[in-house]
Write a protein that binds this ligand. Sequence first.
Ligand code: ZN
Length: 86
Amino acid sequence: MSKSNTKREVDITWNYYDIVPPNRLQVKCKFFSHTCWGGLAKMKQHLARTKKDVIPCCSVPDEVKEIFIKMLKGKEKKKQRMRCLI
Ligand SMILES: [Zn+2]
C-alpha cells in the first residue's frame, strides 16, 4: 500500500549521496565529498545534522537539511505507531 511512497522518498535521498562500491556501508556525501560509514541511515542523520552518532554535514543547504529532518521525524512516527500496534 505505502510502497510507492517509500520508493519516492528513497529517490529524493539518492540525489544527495552515492554508495561507494563495493561496500554498501560506505556512502559518499555529495556536498562535501566526504565518505561516511554506516550506510543510508547514518547519511540521513549526517545530512539532517542531528549529531546522532554521526558528524553533521558542514555544507548541506538548509532546504536539504529540512527534507532530511522531516524524513527522520516521519520515520520516528511510523515506529511509534508500530509499537502501539504490538
Ligand atoms: Zn556531508
